[in-house]
Design a protein. Structure first.
Length: 264
């Protein structure tokens, strides 16, 4: 089970907040010191402190740093396309210990395997798994979710359903491997959603090197010509993440006769 303790002990991992642009992870160990521009801090000074407490350096008390707090998140998250549970576990780590994940999987065998995985790692209290086709049946939840994630072949068919399940202002993210899927999804998001944005997941590495002498250029010194080009692409595929926020005010949603409530 994920740890929910509020005090720091030896062996714990903490993040030291020095400034908004300077956060440093450390592991608390006996007889160790953490040194930074704010001073020197004994690891023992962290032990027994609650997350979010200030820790003073010695001897100058005006030089200080403190430990980042673990927020009490009570978020409800929807996920469709449970698959291997990889994203599910990331969501659970984020919303624990007070939040809850509702994850939906169309394939019964994968849904059963997901249940077994969550039970194996004692995560069941934080997650509900449902074998359900959300594109036709919806999520069975009305305006309770703070965020939703869709990893589906046709996410546009689930947009109206997820709109019903998200709270006003709730965030939505859709993953699609093809730009044609993104286009159809964005068209559906025009109704009832705002701040729609799509980013591509594929990153390209670029090489910079001196120009090749095989390409002669006027009287330029070829040794001083710098050429930049992307590395040869490997045989893989890209992906797209589309983000949107449910509008605060939308037209009243008609009752979906197909949608059946799930156990909350």
């Amino acid at each position: 089970m994920l740890s929910t303790k509020r005090t720091i002990d030896y062996g714990d991992n903490v993040i030291v907040y020095i400034s908004k642009d300077n956060l440093i992870p450390i592991t608390i160990q006996e007889k160790e010191h953490f040194n930074c521009q704010r001073g020197s801090f004994e690891h023992g000074a962290f032990v027994g402190k609650t997350y979010g407490s200030k820790v003073w350096s010695k001897p100058a008390k005006e030089r200080r740093s403190w430990v980042i707090a673990l927020p009490e998140v009570r978020s409800i998250v929807l996920e469709s396309g449970t698959g291997s549970c990889s994203m599910s576990i990331h969501f659970i780590q984020t919303i624990a210990p007070s939040g809850h994940l509702y994850t939906f999987e169309f394939h019964e065998q994968r849904a059963n395997a997901a249940n077994e995985t969550f039970q194996k790692y004692n995560l069941s209290p934080l997650v509900t798994v449902a074998c359900r086709d959300v594109c036709s049946l919806g999520f069975g939840l009305d305006e309770i979710a703070d965020a939703g994630f869709l990893d589906l072949p046709s996410p546009w068919n689930a947009i109206n359903h997820v709109k019903r399940s998200l709270k006003p202002g709730g965030k939505l993210c859709c993953f699609s491997p093809c730009i044609e899927q993104v286009q159809k999804t964005c068209l559906e998001l025009e109704s009832g959603f705002e701040d729609v944005m799509t980013v591509e997941c594929l990153l390209r590495t670029w090489n910079a090197s001196k120009g090749s002498k095989k390409r002669k250029r006027s009287s330029e010194d070829l040794d001083s010509v710098l050429v930049s080009r992307p590395q040869a692409l490997t045989r893989n595929h890209t992906g797209y993440l589309t983000f949107a926020r449910r509008a605060l005010k939308i037209e009243p949603l008609a009752k979906d006769e197909k949608s059946e409530q799930i156990n909350k």
